[in-house]
Ligand binder design. Structure first.
Ligand SMILES: Cc1cc2nc3c(=O)[nH]c(=O)nc-3n(C[C@H](O)[C@H](O)[C@H](O)COP(=O)(O)OP(=O)(O)OC[C@H]3O[C@@H](n4cnc5c(N)ncnc54)[C@H](O)[C@@H]3O)c2cc1C
Length: 313
């Protein structure tokens, strides 16, 4: 995918390349974007079945990688490891294991990373994580204090591909937007090659964030994280915790349809489709989709973006 993209640092190309005026029809000039998908490790047997149904359904879309989240404080350590390992052994997908450093000594984190390397995992999404149950963050006395320290530690251990988190709406505990941008740059300078953003709803905010990144000397792709929202009440709760701005127009879209899941799914698809199309028209050609282990909306978005199932080789 994307082999005909012009060379050069992604971010500069995204911001200065030709805008696409109409819906691009797939062509050598407009190859389909590169996608990645995020999954959560399952908690029960039924959720495991749901996850693997989702993976089987999305695999033919040939994502660049699929990532599996990690409960901060290691709460999903075994389940994340089992899911990532099964992706290595049972599929042709490239997995990325999320790893957080909150609440753990360096030795423990290094050991987990080393086991991933041994299992054939070459990509880590390196995160600080949050204190389980809430509360102010205090670094572990023998731990990696921030994600930038974790990136440096991982890079010393093995030549992992490393992705990190970015926040178009600014991380909720950042002292100010510039400090948060400096932190992102530190993570990339420490060895990460891509940032994946937290979800956002105002595409203008994301595009302005790219401008700020480029001005700060960042050239790595800042891949938009897309969350198709079907459950507005839940999205509102998450957004308050993670500092994501919830626009009034989105609340208006979901007004009065709590009891109508079918309509909510249709609205979710329309809102997310409009978002990815607007970003695609602005030159963005990589997307990370938060699947919540459900394939339908992700399939719809991929299809709209021009991605079609690939034949197994
Ligand atoms: C794509 C993506 C995937 C995620 N996956 C997971 C997951 O699997 N599991 C999970 O538990 N959470 C996950 N999260 C959430 C993430 O763990 C939280 O947002 C967490 O609060 C911050 O993690 P970080 O890696 O961005 O931290 P950092 O980059 O370390 O930043 C955290 C905060 O500290 C500030 N900061 C950084 N360095 C310093 C310093 N030296 N001095 C003072 N302040 C500093 C930053 O500005 C920021 O406000 C994910 C988030 C995203 C966007």
């Amino acid at each position: 995918m994307n082999q005909s993209s012009p060379p050069g640092p992604t971010l500069a190309r995204w911001l200065t390349g030709a805008r696409i005026g109409r819906l691009p029809v797939r062509s050598a000039e407009h190859p389909p974007p590169a996608l990645s998908f995020e999954f959560m490790p399952p908690k029960t047997d039924a959720m495991e079945v749901q996850l693997w149904h989702c993976i089987d359904r999305l695999a033919p879309l040939a994502p660049r990688f699929v990532s599996v989240t990690y409960g901060a404080g290691g709460t999903t350590q075994a389940r994340t490891h089992a899911t990532v390992s099964r992706i290595v052994t049972d599929t042709r997908l490239t997995p990325a294991a999320h790893l957080t450093c909150v609440g753990a000594p360096r030795g423990e984190i290094d050991e987990i990373a080393h086991r991933y390397w041994e299992a054939g995992v070459r990509h880590i999404v390196a995160l600080r994580g949050d204190v389980p149950g809430g509360g102010a963050y205090v670094p572990h006395p023998d731990g990696y204090a921030y994600a930038s320290d974790l990136v440096a530690g991982l890079a010393r251990l093995h030549p992992f591909e490393i992705s990190v988190a970015a926040y178009p709406d600014i991380h909720p505990t950042a002292s100010n937007p510039l400090a948060d941008l400096d932190n992102l740059k530190r993570k990339l300078d420490a060895g990460a090659t891509r940032a994946i953003t937290n979800y956002f709803f105002e595409s203008d905010t994301y595009l302005r964030f790219l401008d700020l990144c480029l001005a700060a000397g960042i050239t790595a792709p800042i891949v938009p994280g897309i969350l198709p929202v079907t459950n507005f009440a839940q999205a509102k709760r998450f957004s308050e915790l993670s500092g994501v701005v919830l626009p009034a127009w989105l609340a208006h879209m979901f007004e009065g349809i709590d009891e109508d899941p079918e309509l909510r799914r249709m609205i979710a698809a329309i809102v997310a489709a409009e978002q990815v199309r607007l970003l695609q028209a602005n030159g963005i050609d990589e997307f990370h989709i938060y699947t919540l282990n459900r394939p339908e909306l992700t399939c719809a978005l991929a299809h709209i973006l021009g991605v079609r199932p690939q034949q197994a080789a």
